[in-house]
Design a protein around this ligand. Structure first.
Ligand SMILES: *[C@@H]1O[C@H](CO)[C@@H](O)[C@H](O)[C@H]1NC(C)=O
Ligand SMILES: [Cu+2]
Length: 184
């Protein structure tokens, strides 16, 4: 057997070959040697209909982690021009987080997969949260104010009728809150 073939066979048998490529695929239950940056966003901070912060700059590969405070918020991915509706069938949806005090026992994480803006909103219709200001963006194009978060919020305020939800929680990870008793 040629020596390089032998090496590959041995390496595969020992698991070296398969371990390396999967290390980049995000899995919230894994510990990484170089942890990803996590950007925390609080839905409903101070009882207000806001995401705080609502304008996030996040590098590709980083994580945006949504925490939920009272009363019953959610987060859904939308598009700039069609606020308060899922962008498409693959848009992420956290489900609803009814919370009576403090913050939710679970959080919802999404991974920033590329540099395109990620628009999002809360789909709670009891109080028209999206229309009232519960929208936000990751990686807004700051060079083009026609596509600013301010412009998006103006469009959202004009939306008639209910905000849309997805049938299922998808597109992210709903995991235990790493600090459920922490305040904001
Ligand atoms: C939270 O809001 C959702 C959507 O409006 C609703 O279906 C659900 O019943 C609410 N949960 C509670 C506990 O109020
Ligand atoms: Cu809300």
């Amino acid at each position: 057997m040629h020596s390089s073939t032998l090496f590959i066979t041995l390496a595969a048998a020992l698991g070296f070959v398969s371990a390396a490529p999967t290390d980049n695929i995000y899995n919230p239950t894994k510990t990484y040697s170089s942890p990803r940056t996590t950007h925390t966003v609080v839905a409903g901070r101070g009882g207000r209909l806001i995401f705080d912060p609502d304008n996030i700059v996040a590098e590709v590969g980083s994580i945006v982690e949504f925490h939920f405070t009272p009363r019953n918020h959610s987060v859904v991915e939308s598009s700039f021009s069609n606020p308060c509706q899922p962008k498409d069938a693959n848009s992420f949806f956290s489900g609803f987080f009814p919370v009576s005090e403090g913050q939710s026992a679970e959080v919802f994480q999404i991974e920033v997969k590329d540099t395109r803006p990620i628009w999002f909103y809360c789909a709670q219709n009891n109080g028209a949260h999206c229309q009232s200001g519960m929208t936000g963006v990751v990686n807004q194009n700051f060079d083009n104010q026609a596509f600013s978060l301010r412009a998006h919020k103006e469009l959202a305020a004009k939306v008639q009728g209910p905000s849309g939800v997805q049938a299922n929680i998808q597109g992210g990870w709903r995991i235990p809150n790493p600090n459920p008793l922490g305040g904001f």
